[in-house]
Design a protein around this ligand. Structure first.
Ligand code: DX5
Ligand code: ZN
Length: 246
């Protein structure tokens, strides 16, 4: 389960997870790079995790796929648990599964620090978010590119992050969908106007070449899979990504 020591780099490192907080002034929120392990070499998973941690990753993004919600199948709680033993980085677990509520306990006990569930996969978002919070894990909601921001409205007060997909979920290595930028801007406006204490994470097709525009649109956490793991120098790539988001 989530341990506060993992949030050394977070916006509210000392507060208990259930404490409602307000974001500090915009400039002081740290933007985060979250390598997506999906594009790592799984025959050397431990080395890959250690390598991105040493290269300066802020968060580790773990993609869980069940072959139903998306056509692909990836990892389950057992692998999350194994990775949790290898690193002190916060684990950002992106559930691309049907009926995610059924597996929240397992993923929480495996060491997830954030769990994001797809709005499209939940019949009662409020209940799912409440359950994640009760498990002492930070809850987030994910939207596919075609899903309206309106789906978030019932839970905007209860979540810690919104994950906007900038590709259709299921596979790494796809191209960033440009209309995501406007969606990020619209969400950012809603968040700022209402002072919601939550971060915007963006996932899919982000690379050194386009991370700046995603950041300018309002992104706070950037998931990068092939854009890191298919390069030869993780440290150099993460450094360049960070330079772009200033
Ligand atoms: C796709 C996953 C992403 C993926 C991103 O369904 O949610 O996290 O790994 O990979 P890239 O950065 O290669 O698009
Ligand atoms: Zn993902």
């Amino acid at each position: 389960m989530a341990s506060d020591r993992k949030f050394r780099n977070d916006t509210h490192p000392t507060l208990p997870l259930e404490t409602p907080v307000r974001l500090p002034a915009k400039e002081t929120v740290l933007k985060k790079i979250a390598p997506s392990v999906l594009s790592a070499d799984f025959s050397r998973l431990g080395d890959e995790v250690r390598a991105v941690a040493e290269a300066g990753a802020d968060v580790l993004h773990l993609d869980v796929m069940d072959g139903h919600f998306v056509p692909n199948i990836t990892i389950g709680p057992l692998v999350v648990e194994g990775i949790n033993k290898l690193t002190s980085l916060p684990l950002d677990v992106h559930l691309m599964i049907e009926n995610p509520e059924r597996y929240l306990d397992s993923f929480a006990h495996a060491g997830s620090d954030w769990i994001t569930v797809h709005a499209e996969a939940c019949s009662n978002l409020k209940r799912v978010v409440k359950k994640i919070r009760q498990l002492n894990v930070r809850p987030g909601i994910v939207l596919k590119p075609s899903t309206s921001l309106k789906s978030l409205f019932p839970v905007l007060d209860d979540i810690d992050l919104v994950l906007l997909m900038s590709v259709n979920p299921g596979f790494g290595g796809q191209s960033f969908i440009p209309s995501t930028l406007k969606k990020i801007e619209r969400l950012k406006k809603i968040i700022d106007q209402n002072r919601y204490p939550l971060e915007i994470e963006v996932d899919g097709g982000i690379k050194v070449e386009n991370i700046r525009e995603v950041s300018i649109a309002g992104g706070d956490i950037f998931v990068v899979g092939t854009g890191i793991f298919k390069t030869h120098d993780y440290r150099g790539t993460i450094h360049k990504l960070r330079e772009e988001i200033g």
